[in-house]
Design a protein around this ligand. Structure first.
Ligand code: MN
Ligand code: MN
Length: 327
């Protein structure tokens, strides 16, 4: 069951079919397979990456996309604070899941990149649901292929580590180090917000700062406040193409316990919403929300938070698509 206008696919309204009914898709949008003829109308593709082969601690985000789809059926159409209806700013659809290989890291990275190269060829902006944070690397291999992009990164961790266990270079703690090394990200246009937690040695932070990455520790965020920090983020990211990556462990484990590497002393769910709203106006070319781990989320509250933050991010992406269309 789908509803649509001439221009836009619309979420099925809870006034027509109750929100707890029906086959769950992201935001109750139609699910379009790779051969669906309506795909040429899609501007923003919601994609699941059910893969956690980069996880070093508690596992489970391979189950994230299915749970996030279910939780996202709770979301209504209109943003409560801004009045934005993302579904009539840009045409959105659920494009299904990447078929990543649960038993092979390098094969999975290649499969994920191939999926996103196809989206780029179709001019579709991806809003992805992880999966662990390593999935951002193969996505950026597609999006940053022709020229490096900027990054707005919310996380308790820098994910700028070099390696684990004596030289293993591909884990959910290393994606942005690899992306900078591979020339997919411009390190002087990378802003990381919310970093905290006990450390191995701090080498990740030292390396990032030496490369020009702006790392905003949680103490600085709370000291200066959301408005001031996001004003600086806009200054650094400017109007160049920017990717947004949101690790659910950015939010305090009181709100987001269902994740692999929780760190105390984080923002509330509202503070996370507020920061995302202050990202409006960036020229976003894609985004992901990662590290929701349903096995550690028995209440479903972390998945609901994740789906709700995906809606916030979708509003930002739809605004960016609409502005590029008008250019
Ligand atoms: Mn992360
Ligand atoms: Mn993290």
């Amino acid at each position: 069951m789908t509803t649509e206008t001439d221009d836009f696919f619309l979420p099925v309204s809870g006034q027509v079919l109750p929100r707890f009914a029906g086959v769950p898709t992201f935001m109750r949008l139609p699910a379009l397979g790779p051969d669906d003829p309506r795909r040429d109308r899609v501007e923003i593709g919601l994609v699941g990456v059910p893969w956690d082969g980069g996880t070093t601690n508690r596992p489970g985000p391979r189950h994230g996309p299915r749970q996030l789809r279910d939780a996202s059926t709770m979301i209504r159409r209109i943003h409560p604070a801004t009045g934005v209806d993302p579904f009539t700013l840009a045409n959105c659809a659920d494009l299904g899941d990447v078929g990543a290989n649960p038993a092979d890291v390098q094969d999975s990275l290649d499969r994920i990149t191939a999926f996103y190269r196809q989206l780029s060829a179709e001019n579709i902006v991806p809003m992805s649901a992880g999966g662990d944070h390593l999935v951002s690397l193969p996505i950026l291999r597609a999006l940053g292929e022709s020229a490096p992009v900027g990054l707005l990164h919310f996380d308790a961790h820098t994910d700028l580590f070099d390696s684990y266990f004596g030289g293993f270079r591909y884990t959910h703690g290393t994606p942005f180090r690899r992306a900078i090394e591979e020339g997919l990200l411009d390190p002087r246009r990378v802003v990381q917000i919310g970093i905290r937690g006990t450390m191995y040695d701090g080498e990740d932070i030292a390396w990032g700062r030496a490369m020009g990455v702006r790392i905003i520790m949680i103490e600085e965020l709370f000291e200066r406040g959301a408005r001031d920090v996001m004003a600086e983020a806009h200054e650094i990211l400017g109007d160049g193409p920017t990717y947004l990556s949101f690790d659910i462990d950015f939010v305090d484990p009181a709100y987001a316990p269902g994740t692999g590497t929780p760190e105390i002393g984080g923002p509330t769910s509202f503070e996370a919403q507020r920061l995302l709203r202050l990202a409006a106006g960036l020229d976003l070319v894609g985004a992901d929300l990662v590290e929701v781990s349903p096995p550690f989320d028995p209440s479903g509250g972390t998945a609901f938070l994740g789906a709700s933050l995906m809606f916030e991010i979708l509003c930002l992406l739809a605004g960016a698509v609409d502005r590029r269309r008008g250019r």
